[in-house]
Design a protein around this ligand. Sequence first.
Ligand code: OFO
Length: 166
Amino acid sequence: MIQSHIAQLLNDQVNAEFYASNVYLQLSAWSECQGLEGAAKFFREHSMEERIHMDKIFDYMAECSVPITIEQIPKAPATFGNLMEAIQAAYDHELKVTAMIKNIAKQSFEAEDYTTFNFIEWFIAEQHEEEVLFDKIIDKAKVLGFKGEPGQSLYIMDNYLANVQH
Ligand code: OFO
């Protein structure tokens, strides 16, 4: 039996993952408009990953007979000054998600809900991977001296994003 405050946190996370999926989908749409096909592909694939995250929590809640409410999803940010701003926005978003996931781990442990604690551990590892991924991308930009300006570095970054493993 999942306690109500843990059920609420899980429900919030379902909605947060849905929002995250839209954040990346919007980033992909923005990239398309800038002619950045590599970035568009990267963000689009990431959007689908977020949808899988949502499904995972949805399935867990359903297995545990916890009611699920899909809330109204806020509009995702749609305009960015340049590709570096878009990447930074995605990274900042991941840091917020990490804080939410860690809070579920903390609250479930304190509530002695070890089943949820065990379930959410997968997400802790996943968030670590995602932060490492964005660190790697930002490091690559630093190596190139890329700050978002158009030109050869932008072309290289776009190609890099098309092929980066995630
Ligand atoms: Fe980006 O990992 Fe889910 O939200």
